[in-house]
Design a protein around this ligand. Structure first.
Ligand SMILES: NC(=O)c1ccc[n+]([C@@H]2O[C@H](COP(=O)([O-])OP(=O)(O)OC[C@H]3O[C@@H](n4cnc5c(N)ncnc54)[C@H](O)[C@@H]3O)[C@@H](O)[C@H]2O)c1
Length: 273
């Protein structure tokens, strides 16, 4: 089923990076967009960009880690853009470092935003979509949610949870007109490293930045491929070649894959270098 000519769309974490790119792409596809974020300045910039392109745009603050905020987001959507056909559960943060070195506080921070934020979004918006017999939900996971490389436990657990939730919902909503997809990119340039928490040293930060900068795909490319895949009803959208290859390797030889990431060759970052 194709997206309608005009439709309502909600994007979380739309004040930067992929969320902003998703909002711009959705508007170009005919959406009335409700954008949200915890960062008011980033959100205002996104609104300005959308308005400059003539899009119908509304905005509201929303911390996806808070159920009451996400419920309020759904109410605001009803009042501003009307029925929501497309929801992008995009807001996310990263935590790096070995399991022992990452504090429980940082671990919880990551899971509450990256996993609970997506659970809340699905809980708040899916019933209306089912009632109307139409909807598309893009859950932004990561290749980390398919690969579980070392030194990223909090992020891996959150994103694997997002993939698992998406797979569950994909089957539960089959035949209802509602599609649910998990978007699983590897590195691409955004501001995610600026808010990253955990005991990661400057070298690891620089390497991650280098991997982002050398990505062949931009946030705009990932947004386009994500929304194209969502429209086609793809369950796992894995836009990058390196992600496709690593996921294939893991599915074919799961233990050998994790051996390749083990002591001496540790870390997804080192694996990708
Ligand atoms: N950049 C990458 O390499 C990469 C790779 C794979 C997956 N992702 C995923 O893409 C998504 C978007 O990240 P990005 O790379 O654009 O990063 P980004 O930091 O540029 O954007 C993330 C946005 O989320 C917002 N945010 C953070 N906590 C929030 C909360 N509690 N409630 C609402 N908004 C919140 C931030 O203010 C920011 O505007 C994330 O889910 C991330 O895990 C990114």
């Amino acid at each position: 089923m194709r997206y309608p000519t005009t439709f309502g769309a909600v994007v979380t974490g739309a004040g930067s990076g992929l969320g902003r790119a998703l909002a711009l792409d959705l508007a170009a596809r005919g959406a009335r967009v409700l954008v949200s974020d915890i960062d008011p300045d980033g959100l205002a910039e996104t609104v300005g960009l959308l308005a400059a392109r003539g899009a119908e745009v509304h905005s509201t603050p929303c911390d996806v880690a808070k159920w009451e905020d996400v419920q309020a987001l759904a109410r605001t959507a009803e009042e501003t853009i009307g029925p929501v056909d497309v929801l992008c559960n995009n807001a996310g943060v990263a935590v790096g470092g070995t399991f022992e070195d990452v504090s429980l506080e940082d671990f919880r921070w990551c899971v509450e935003i990256d996993l609970w934020g997506v659970i809340y979004g699905c809980k708040a918006f899916l019933p209306g979509m089912r009632e109307r017999g139409r909807g598309w939900v893009l859950n932004v996971a990561s290749a980390a949610g398919l690969l579980s490389a070392p030194e990223m436990a909090a992020y891996n657990v959150s994103k694997t949870g997002v993939v698992s939730l998406t797979e569950t919902l994909y089957a539960e909503y089959a035949g209802t007109g509602v599609k649910v997809s998990a978007l699983c990119p590897t590195f691409f340039p955004t501001k995610i490293l600026d808010s990253m928490r955990g005991p990661i040293d400057g070298r690891a930060q620089r390497t991650a930045r280098k991997l982002m900068d050398r990505s062949a795909l931009s946030a705009a490319d990932i947004a386009r491929l994500g929304l194209d895949g969502l429209e086609k009803g793809e369950l796992h959208i894995v836009p990058m070649r390196d992600g496709k290859l690593m996921w294939l390797f893991k599915r074919l030889r799961p233990q050998a894959f994790h051996d390749a990431l083990g002591p001496g060759r540790r870390g997804l970052i080192r694996f990708l270098k």
